[in-house]
Write a protein that binds this ligand. Structure first.
Ligand code: GLU
Length: 550
């Protein structure tokens, strides 16, 4: 028996590797187009890190007229959960991350380079494993778990590197006759790669993000096909990214240490490896130390967090771009209203060590993003969110849609739009006081500030209501009337005057307008009071001011 016959004995029914190479030819894309993929395992949990990777992949593919694929890596069937693929697809949809190719449902896909689910590609991997066996670059290994365990023990005792390599690789040099006999005897086996590497030698590599790196060569005879006939991650990655004609492997940097194995496998298949860009994980600060964002400890690690909190996908994506490229912030300052699609992401500008997750920053960005929405968009998005998560907000919004639109339209659509809404779960808090049926029937705890003498407050409000309130005033006149009230009660008309001569006044116009604001809304911080008054209307204003006086 020769090696070709051995390969046939092991994989009698698979096609030639060249069949697949022809079936999945080089892509005809323009120069510089990047073909990238997001390749998660369907384990039931979608980590925000996966969305981070996808944001980056989708961006560079779009920027270069390339291709963004979703490949499902389900060769570790122990870790799989039911509906895991749909969970991933839904998460991508929630973040408006469109794929060009790949899985579209548990079992359906789009694109000419599929199947895009590894468990459906078994015979493809086997075709390439067969080729390696024929070329004496891979071999069957019959070692049982106990044998591997005892090997490891011996290595530990002797303080040697653990693993299946060199002289320890018991099945590496089995004779063909023995192999044939054992296979025909029905012994179980796996397929291992026959490494030609020598850890005394170094491989040099240029990572698009990490830069130049050096590794000792790999000499482990790693498993490429497991006993269930499915490939290991390493082998599947190499075969898939070769046949899918991936140009850039963008993945988490936990895979960086596997790079020597991957490059070696590409070499063994005699094909050029793709470029690699290893992304540092998103970090979290805890007790002064940095650690990876953890699925167990940090709610914001899960994609559901963003939906539940009602952080718009645009905002989360903008935040992720912010931590991806440090020049994003400057770009945003110069392009206040541009779509993030116009920002040019550069892989080689990504941070080498992980960026810290910063909730305050995320909410800040979200405020700006929401501030650029039209009132109709805010209404629709908040309503859709409320339908799922907050029935009370839903009722509030829908009872009088026209009125709600007016409330949401306050300080919107102008140069400096209102920036007080960071997520839909806070919206009720932000606008509830604008609704009479709630505000007027509620017990309000008016926390007056500088002016807190009850009589004085009452007099100011009464005077304003009786003598000054007129909704047909333009903004200047309206404010002048508040100044008149201030003057009447011994407060400076201008803050400046007060500062120059604090002994001459009880305070200034700001203190007076704060009284009116608090009486009107129950809070010291609101959007523009002039606009608020116009949305409320005279009747409501009077009811509110009377309530405050009482
Ligand atoms: N299935 C691997 C993971 O989820 C993919 C890594 C890669 O992108 O190659 O981490």
């Amino acid at each position: 028996m020769d090696y070709k016959e051995l390969a046939n004995l092991i994989f009698p029914n698979v096609k030639d590797a060249s069949y697949y190479e022809e079936k999945y030819p080089e892509r005809k894309l323009k120069e510089g187009a990047m073909v990238v993929r997001f390749a998660p395992s369907p384990t039931g949990f979608v980590h925000i890190g996966g969305i981070f990777t996808s944001v980056i992949c989708s961006k560079v593919a779009k920027q270069t007229d390339g291709v963004f694929m979703l490949r499902i890596e389900d060769t570790d069937q122990k870790r799989e959960v039911e509906n895991g693929v749909n969970g991933i697809i839904d998460a991508l949809k929630k973040f408006d991350l469109e794929t060009d190719e790949g899985m579209t449902d548990e079992d359906t896909s789009k694109g000419a380079y599929g199947p895009y689910k590894q468990s459906q590609r078994k015979e493809i991997y086997q075709a390439f494993a067969k080729k390696l066996i024929e070329e004496k670059k891979a071999y069957p290994c019959f070692c049982k778990q106990e044998e591997l365990d005892s090997m490891r023990e011996k290595q530990e005792k002797a303080k040697l590197r653990p693993g299946y390599y060199g002289a320890w690789a018991a099945c590496r040099n089995l004779g063909l006759d023995e192999i044939e006999k054992r296979i025909k005897n029905g012994e179980e086996y796996i397929i291992r790669f026959k490494s030609q590497g020598d850890p005394e030698r170094k491989i040099k590599h240029h990572d698009v993000i990490k830069g130049n790196i050096e590794f000792p060569e790999n000499d482990q005879d790693i498993v490429i096909i497991k006993s269930d006939g499915l490939p290991t991650y390493h082998f599947a990655h190499v075969v898939d990214d070769y046949l899918m004609r991936t140009t850039h492997v963008i993945r988490g940097d936990e895979w960086l240490s596997s790079l020597p194995v991957h490059i070696q496998l590409f070499q063994a298949l005699e094909v050029r490896p793709p470029k690699y860009a290893h992304i540092a994980p998103i970090m979290k600060e805890e007790d002064g130390a940095k650690r990876k964002l953890s699925k167990r400890k940090d709610p914001e690690a899960a994609v559901e967090f963003y939906s539940k909190e009602g952080i718009p996908a645009d905002a989360a994506k903008e935040y992720l771009l912010n931590i991806a490229n440090s020049n994003f912030e400057q770009w945003r300052r110069q392009n206040k209203t541009a779509s993030i699609d116009e920002f040019e992401l550069q892989l080689n500008k990504m941070s080498v060590s992980g960026a810290l997750f910063d909730m305050v920053k995320l909410e800040d960005i979200s405020k700006s993003v929401i501030s650029r929405y039209s009132k109709e968009k805010v209404y629709d998005m908040a309503y859709t969110w409320a339908e799922e998560y907050d029935n009370d907000l839903k009722e509030l919004l829908q009872k009088d849609k026209e009125y709600s639109l007016k409330v949401l339209g306050i300080e919107r659509g102008n140069e400096k739009p209102r920036k007080d809404i960071e997520k839909w779960s806070k919206l009720k808090d932000n606008i509830e006081y604008m609704y009479d049926d709630r505000f007027l029937s509620e017990e309000i705890n008016y926390e007056y500030q500088k002016i807190n003498d009850k009589e004085e407050i009452k007099n100011i409000i009464q005077d304003y209501m009786d003598n000054k309130l007129n909704l047909s005033d333009d903004k200047q006149t309206w404010f002048n009337k508040i100044k008149d009230v201030a003057e009447k009660f011994g407060y400076a008309r201008e803050v400046k005057e007060y500062k120059q001569n604090p002994e001459s006044y009880k305070g200034h116009v700001g203190d007076v307008s704060t009284v009116i604001r608090i009486a009107l809304t129950g809070r010291a911080n609101t959007p523009d009071m002039y606009e608020i008054m116009h949305v409320l209307g005279k009747e409501s204003i009077e009811k509110r001011l009377n309530k405050a006086i009482k």
